[in-house]
Design a protein around this ligand. Structure first.
Ligand SMILES: NC(=O)c1ccc[n+]([C@@H]2O[C@H](COP(=O)([O-])OP(=O)(O)OC[C@H]3O[C@@H](n4cnc5c(N)ncnc54)[C@H](OP(=O)(O)O)[C@@H]3O)[C@@H](O)[C@H]2O)c1
Length: 252
């Protein structure tokens, strides 16, 4: 089955007068999220690990770049201090460290879980100052490895399971301040992070066969779920983890 990427242009969201921060917006799923918010009229800021935007060949048009090394508390503090108001925070950045060189356990937790805790905490006041209809929104990024054993990436799996719990905790913490907090849980999506698997025809076919919809997801399909959770259409949804995996997790 082919990817239905063209359909997403027909789903309308209006994020005019909305300031959105997407961590890890330089490529992959984060890039698609940033582009979807830009297309919906938002002011979009993205982060990456490099010192300057010039390090990237093809950053999305219309976004503002900030450096945010996920394990550097000074970067988090500096970035948070640059916001007096923030409407949407998408904690997307993360990764395994690579198929051949996975992060050690502590680093995986710091990159994928600690960063989300520290950045969300540092931006709580700016989010509470949002005027977004339906309240400000935080959307975190979990993984199938939040649900299933992760023998190759134990730290990544533990961190992504922690994201589900942290989403519930921040829901409770920030609700009194008018901020909703949810998570998306993507299935397999071809990106630079997953290229070692997605580019292997045998693995690609195996994942498709194990997925009821018989294919991998597209970054734009994860972005669509993020925009929904951030939008006023989800104004009574908080503490939820939305699985976007073509049915993989209910058929495994
Ligand atoms: N692709 C999938 O199948 C899949 C499935 C489930 C969950 N996810 C999750 O979805 C999110 C995006 O994944 P992706 O596949 O789009 O990955 P990707 O293509 O590797 O992109 C990762 C992004 O995060 C940034 N990043 C990673 N580590 C960083 C660090 N230590 N410091 C600063 N920035 C860092 C990267 O910035 P630079 O460009 O500067 O390195 C890049 O913008 C991740 O949280 C991932 O765990 C992905």
């Amino acid at each position: 089955m082919t990817q239905p990427a063209g359909r997403f242009a027909r789903v309308g969201f209006d994020f005019r007068d909305t300031r959105v921060l997407v961590t890890g917006g330089t490529r992959g799923i984060g890039r698609a999220i940033a582009q979807a918010f830009t297309a919906a009229g938002a002011e979009v800021l993205i982060t990456g690990s490099a010192a300057a935007a010039s390090a990237y060949e093809d950053l999305s048009a219309g976004v503002t770049y900030h450096q945010l090394r996920l394990t550097e508390r000074d970067d988090i503090a500096r970035l948070a201090a640059s916001f007096d108001r923030l409407d949407v925070l998408v904690n997307n950045a993360g990764g395994t460290g690579g198929a051949a060189t996975p992060y050690d356990f502590d680093t995986a937790l710091a990159v994928n879980l600690g960063s989300v805790y520290h950045l969300s905490s540092a931006l709580a006041d700016a989010l509470a100052g949002s005027r977004l209809e339906g309240g400000a929104a935080v959307v975190n990024t979990a993984s199938e490895m939040s649900l299933f054993a992760s023998p190759y990436f134990p730290g990544y799996g533990a961190a992504k399971a922690g994201i589900v719990q942290l989403t519930r905790t921040f829901c409770a913490l920030l609700a009194p301040r008018g901020v909703r907090v949810n998570a998306v849980l993507p299935g397999s999506v071809p990106t630079p992070m997953t290229s070692a698997f997605a580019d292997d025809p045998a693995v690609h076919a195996m994942v498709s066969a194990a997925t009821p919809l018989q294919r991998w997801g597209a970054p734009e399909e994860i972005a669509a779920a993020v925009l929904f959770l951030a939008s006023p259409a989800a104004s009574f949804i908080s503490g939820h983890t939305l699985v976007v995996d073509g049915g993989y997790s209910v058929s495994k």
